[in-house]
Design a protein around this ligand. Structure first.
Ligand SMILES: [Zn+2]
Length: 218
């Protein structure tokens, strides 16, 4: 698992960018058969016959985030603030993602804060935003930055704060086998980056006062 992230990778592929043409379902299922053979098992034994089709369907669910452009989605759903200009915090948005290095699950929670300028979004929309980015191949640092910059670009708030805590199964079930370790990443923009007091208010609201510190680079 990478602890460091450079700016190029943090920006990553933006939503809607060109990707190579998708293989057919049959090609995807054939690839799963190959992986089953790679494990040393026989894809033609009874218990595994329907597995390639199941895996491909599971992938459709786990990676559904490629079908959505969260910016367009948020643009359609904002509401006027009615003058509210204090910190809005949404804690403990559970997510499941997959690391782009091993395609192993990343499971954790995202906390989002922002100070509206003249637009707010509903709680379900923020949860949906997290879902769209998490249902892609990810690294945690990039996902944290993507959520923050998407909210920043669409809502144009006074500031955005995103903190993500997660465990990486590529780290707990293989390699170094470190269980009970979670990784924390953060992205602070606008007033959350510039004003320590505002940042601390957010960190206190999510129960992390003084734990996460960010200079805005992740
Ligand atoms: Zn990994």
């Amino acid at each position: 698992m990478d602890k460091m992230v450079n700016n190029k990778r943090a920006r990553g592929r933006s939503a809607g960018a060109e990707v190579p043409a998708r293989p057919s379902r049959e090609e995807a299922e054939a690839a799963v058969r190959t992986l089953i053979r790679w494990t040393g098992d026989d894809p033609d034994r009874e218990g595994l016959l329907a597995t390639p089709a199941r895996v491909v369907r599971a992938y459709e669910e786990w990676f559904a985030g490629y079908n959505d452009d969260p910016r367009e989605y948020l643009k359609r759903t904002f509401e006027e603030t009615g003058g509210y200009d204090e910190v809005v915090v949404l804690r403990d948005i559970r997510f499941e993602s997959h690391c782009e290095h091993h395609m192993a699950p990343i499971i954790g929670r995202v906390h989002i804060g922002y100070i509206p300028r003249n637009r707010v979004v509903g709680i379900s929309k923020l949860a949906r935003l997290v879902e769209v980015f998490s249902r892609r191949l990810q690294i945690q640092e990039k996902m944290t930055a993507e959520i923050a910059s998407c909210l920043d670009a669409v809502l144009k708030p006074h500031g955005v704060a995103v903190v993500t805590e997660a465990t990486h199964q590529c780290m707990t079930t293989r390699g170094v086998h470190k269980t009970g370790v979670s990784m924390v990443t953060s992205r602070m923009l606008g007033v959350f980056r510039d004003h320590a007091e505002t940042r601390q208010e957010f960190l206190a609201a999510i129960g992390m006062r003084g734990v996460a510190h960010s200079n805005g680079n992740g």
